[in-house]
Design a binder for this molecule. Structure first.
Ligand code: OAD
Length: 235
């Protein structure tokens, strides 16, 4: 791995599955029990804010019962030891990468533990129940908080930083994502366009599996620690 300096890692719900956080697609996925249009669009929030708030309140409450797993921990170790550039881009709105200790981390789809105030436009740390219509921690207006989650039809966070990192990276690694949602699903093509080697680790082939130079199939909790050991061997 001596020729690798700069790494971009993309994670999805599969990296948190072994911690007990539900994925979105598949038999027990969140989108089996809920229609995306009912809970994950700005239109849904206007139509039925209570339903949307309760959906994210449940997910936020669940975070207090789960812990980072071996995959989150291995990625945090890589972040600590890797001397080149590294950016961990997660589509996940849980805080398991943060709690495992990853520093060079970007939550492109927002965070459950953040509240966005529609009155003052400030985002504040938040780990309570939003359906109870609490006041904004910053401007103290009541009933003006929304989950700081990127909904369908909204622009993901940090795209400029991500695109810059993809253009500079020698290795792009995708972990635990179905590759069903753009722009994240297109990162592999961008990285390849700029000459990066590409590796996928997932339980089963993602929708864009054929774009990767290498695919490793299995559970993130086993695959990721092995890969991190492998890549750190030469450091
Ligand atoms: P998905 O639920 O679409 O995909 C999860 C992937 O993880 C699937 O391909 C599974 O096979 C795989 N998987 C499950 N368990 C695994 C394990 N233990 N180890 C490794 N892989 C495993 O979730 P995402 O791809 O993250 O967006 O979904 C992308 C976006 O769609 C989410 O961020 C969310 C959703 O709608 C928004 O809400 C904006």
């Amino acid at each position: 791995m001596k020729d690798i300096q700069n790494i971009v890692i993309l994670t999805g719900a599969g990296v948190s599955a072994e911690s007990g956080v539900a994925t979105f697609r598949g038999p027990d996925g969140l989108w089996e029990g809920h229609r995306v249009e009912d809970v994950a669009t700005p239109e849904a929030f206007v139509r039925d804010p209570d339903l949307v708030q309760k959906f994210y309140d449940e997910r936020r409450a669940k975070l207090k019962t789960v812990q980072p797993n071996a995959a989150h921990q291995a990625l945090a170790k890589l972040d600590e030891k890797w001397l080149g550039d590294l950016l961990l881009v997660t589509q996940n709105v849980d805080d398991l990468h943060d709690r495992a200790g990853s520093q060079r981390l970007l939550h492109m789809h927002g965070e459950l533990n953040s509240a966005w105030c529609l009155a003052c436009d400030v985002r504040s740390p938040f780990d309570e129940v939003m359906a109870a219509a609490p006041a904004c921690p910053h401007c103290h207006q009541p009933s003006c908080l929304r989950p700081d989650i990127v909904w369908f039809g909204e622009m993901p966070y940090g795209m400029e930083r991500i695109e810059h990192a993809l253009a500079q990276c020698d290795l792009f690694v995708s972990i635990g994502t179905s590759g069903a949602v753009y722009p994240a699903a297109g990162f592999v093509q961008t990285a390849r366009h700029y000459g990066a080697r590409t590796l996928e680790m997932n339980l089963d082939p993602s929708e864009g599996s054929f774009h990767f130079h290498e695919s490793r199939m299995g559970k993130a909790g086993a695959l990721v620690p092995d890969w991190v050991e492998e890549i750190l061997r030469d450091v």
